[in-house]
Design a binder for this molecule. Sequence first.
Ligand code: SF4
Length: 238
Amino acid sequence: MNIIKKAKDNLFFILVLLVYLLISIFRPTMAFESVKNSAYYIKEMLIIMPVIFVLTALLDLWVPKDKIMQLLGKEAKGKGLVLSFIIGSISAGPIYAAFPMSIMLHKKGASIRNIVVILSSWAVIKIPMLLSEAKFLGPKFMIIRWVLTVLAIIIFSWIADKIIKDEDIPNKEEVKVGIEINKKACIGCSLCVKTYPEVFKMDGKKAFVKDYDEDTVNKEKLNEAVKVCPVKAIESDL
Ligand code: SF4
């Protein structure tokens, strides 16, 4: 169970390894180049990511939740949009550095729309990028592309906000390690609660995991609850 869960959690990584394996069998030269390129990016990430994690942790610690909600939350409207453009545009570093920060901002109440704006402007309208664009392609090209890109970001962020829900963003703090319920799959039949009410509870139409002590969990009852779930929504590595 543990190995299957670990494999599921790292599905993308396993797929990448398989692709590398296939390429190295059929096109060894290409595989060598791919490994070289990957090593370059991994090295770059290892240098950048620790700094990003420290900065994200400091922001998480110092900036209060109500401030983030007020400035970047759903109610921030136009002010939040402008601030998101500014944050994305003045940022530095590769786009993958923006993801840990986005998770932290979302956890503290930033809206999906503003996160899309931050990520998009970080990726395509950063100020250093605009300066070098103006130098190579001319100011007119840069200004027109900037205006059109900003309009596109406003439209796409609005659409993304309609499609992506807050619960679609993983929030590690909410995940109970050991026993998990796939909320999307759960049909609310409450069989798990009837089987093991000390660990499972219903909240509305979904099952939740109560606070439990790993040492006192009855494995037989837990396995029974996992088995009775008709949609296999419960996962446990206890
Ligand atoms: S048994 Fe499965 S589907 Fe039914 S409430 Fe529990 S988790 Fe949801």
